[in-house]
Design a protein around this ligand. Structure first.
Ligand SMILES: Nc1ncnc2c1ncn2[C@@H]1O[C@H](COP(=O)(O)OP(=O)(O)OP(=O)(O)O)[C@@H](O)[C@H]1O
Ligand SMILES: [Mg+2]
Length: 495
């Protein structure tokens, strides 16, 4: 099967999301669709998936023009769409989710649960997925939800599968599994549209690429002819920096110190400190315990032993509200699930933690709050319509910026950022790094949890490397390098 999208244009009010864009994919090929946040990738695929109508242009399947009015039309034509924002029902088990909208029935019209279970099991076995079909979806990690979505597309025997940032919230190991699946699909002559900000993945797994910038197609070609740097340059229109910023920062007073804190099976005997104005990185591989450690510092879980000091005073952080009161901010990972409140508009999402700050005698100074918000929108170059628009009207990366903006407005003493550039394009990454640097100049102590060694090296003054719940080592300054970090992260030592 070959799909061609020809001269597609689409506007949302005054925003021109797509302008005369053409794109194609055929069976057995993995095609990358890349571009900065807000470039129009999801919009283009929403049109192919029958979610949105195009203003102009046409879609051809094997040379025949088609007209998709609904997602079902697109699906019936053999196109499965795995959305950027996952689309599963938490209160149903996996196997029922696999058949939503196409439930199997017994002869007398009741749901054929047994058959749905068996079919799900078969697909899982075929793809080498170790998941129990009876597990409730709410108990799955984001990564496994992703895998369930992919399996669903496989089960529908789609000819083309669109994956909108499938690996953004996955660990390296899980990413490998997804790619193995993609290779298998490819060998079954399935075509894949792969949207990702991880350019390394694009180079490794895709054959062809198309680059969008500001709603226009600015480059396309064969992946074998380009490098990661080329792709990044096409996306943003200029060269990018990758070396360490390597700054000399003004060390301020100690903001956080932990002494010998532990929690059973999660982290053990952890001691370190962070100073005002410092950017401390914490990294490691899957199961290193860094998220658990910082969730404990933020009051999301208890510690069983040890002491925490904030601004040189010993504290007990009872819960997250208490943490906020004590001046600790926390940007959780998996923005899709933890960072955003879908029923609130953009401004409400950005303001949610700042009510106390702008409240004078219990009355919120809305003007002040709105001013703080407008400033951040400018600083972070957030691409949006009106601030009262739904948060869902923003592209994925811009949603991430809103979540970050909310902490910038709150101005805490200590800010913990778990995967701050998850799902963010290479250009916007630099914008976010700029903001983090500015914050540190305002004497906020910053902790960045990240699985990307490159990110740690680029932005952090110093980094702790964790391995199975302990701090395995520390690196700092201009000599930080990926090799040392990897060595510590896998349990080795530096000489
Ligand atoms: N439903 C909508 N209403 C209004 N504007 C929209 C809507 N959907 C998308 N847009 C706008 O269209 C533009 C393209 O958005 P799109 O979601 O396609 O970007 P993207 O390339 O997928 O970005 P990301 O990498 O951040 O996911 C953006 O400016 C976005 O704000
Ligand atoms: Mg998108």
């Amino acid at each position: 099967m070959e799909i061609e999208m020809k001269n597609i244009s689409k506007s949302f009010g005054a925003i021109k999301a797509l302008n005369d864009v053409s794109f194609s994919v055929k069976g057995g090929e993995i095609c990358a669709l890349i571009g900065e946040n807000g470039a129009g990738k999801s919009t283009l695929m929403n049109i192919l998936g029958g979610v949105l109508p195009a203003d102009k242009g046409k879609i051809l399947i094997d040379g025949q023009e088609v007209n998709f009015q609904t997602p079902a039309d697109s699906l019936n034509a053999g196109i499965a769409f795995i959305y950027q924002e996952l689309n599963l029902i938490n209160d149903l088990p996996i196997y029922e989710n696999m058949f939503i909208g196409r439930e199997l029935k017994t002869k007398n019209g009741t749901l054929d649960l047994k058959k749905m279970k068996t079919k799900t099991k078969e697909v899982f076995e075929k793809m080498g997925i170790e998941l129990d079909p009876e597990t409730m979806v709410r108990n799955l990690d984001t990564s496994y939800k992703q895998i369930v979505e992919i399996s669903r597309a496989i089960m529908m025997e789609a000819s083309v599968i669109i994956m909108d940032e499938p690996t953004t919230s996955l660990t390296d190991q899980e990413i490998k599994r997804v790619f193995t699946m993609m290779e298998t699909l490819k060998s079954h002559n399935v075509g894949i549209v792969f949207i990702s900000h991880k350019l390394g993945e694009v180079i490794e797994f895709c054959e062809r690429y198309t680059v969008l910038r500001n709603g226009e197609r600015v480059a396309e070609g064969m992946v074998k002819d380009v490098t990661v740097d080329d792709l990044a340059r096409f996306m943003v229109g200029h060269d990018l920096l990758s070396q360490s910023i390597g700054r000399n920062f003004d060390q301020g007073k100690e903001v956080l110190r932990v002494e010998n804190i532990s929690r059973k099976n999660e982290f053990n005997n952890i001691s370190f400190s962070v100073k005002a104005g410092e950017i401390l990185g914490v990294t490691g591989l899957l199961g290193d315990g860094r998220t658990e450690l910082f969730e404990a510092i933020f009051g999301r879980r208890n510690i069983s032993e040890g002491k925490i000091y904030l601004n040189e005073k010993q504290v007990e952080v009872e819960n997250t509200t208490d943490a906020l009161k004590k001046g600790i901010g926390y940007l959780p990972r998996n923005r899709k699930e933890n960072g955003i409140i879908k029923d609130m508009n953009i401004f409400e999402n950005a303001s949610i933690v700042t009510w106390p700050k702008f409240a004078d005698y219990g009355v919120i100074d809305e003007k002040k709050q709105a001013k703080g918000f407008e400033e951040q929108v400018k600083k972070l170059k957030i691409k949006m319509g009106a601030k009262t628009d739904s948060i869902n009207s923003l592209s994925g990366g811009n949603q991430q910026k809103i979540v970050l903006a909310k902490w910038l407005i709150a101005n805490p003493d200590l800010l913990i950022l778990d995967n701050p550039t998850q799902g963010v394009d290479v250009g916007a990454k630099e914008d976010i790094y700029d903001i983090i640097l500015k914050l540190s100049k305002e004497k906020i102590a910053i902790v960045i949890l990240s699985s990307e060694a490159k990110e740690i090296i680029r932005i952090c003054d110093r980094a702790l490397i964790m391995y199975h719940g302990v701090i395995q080592g520390e690196v700092s300054g201009k000599t930080m390098n990926e090799h040392d970090i990897m060595r510590l992260a896998t349990g080795g030592q530096l000489n």
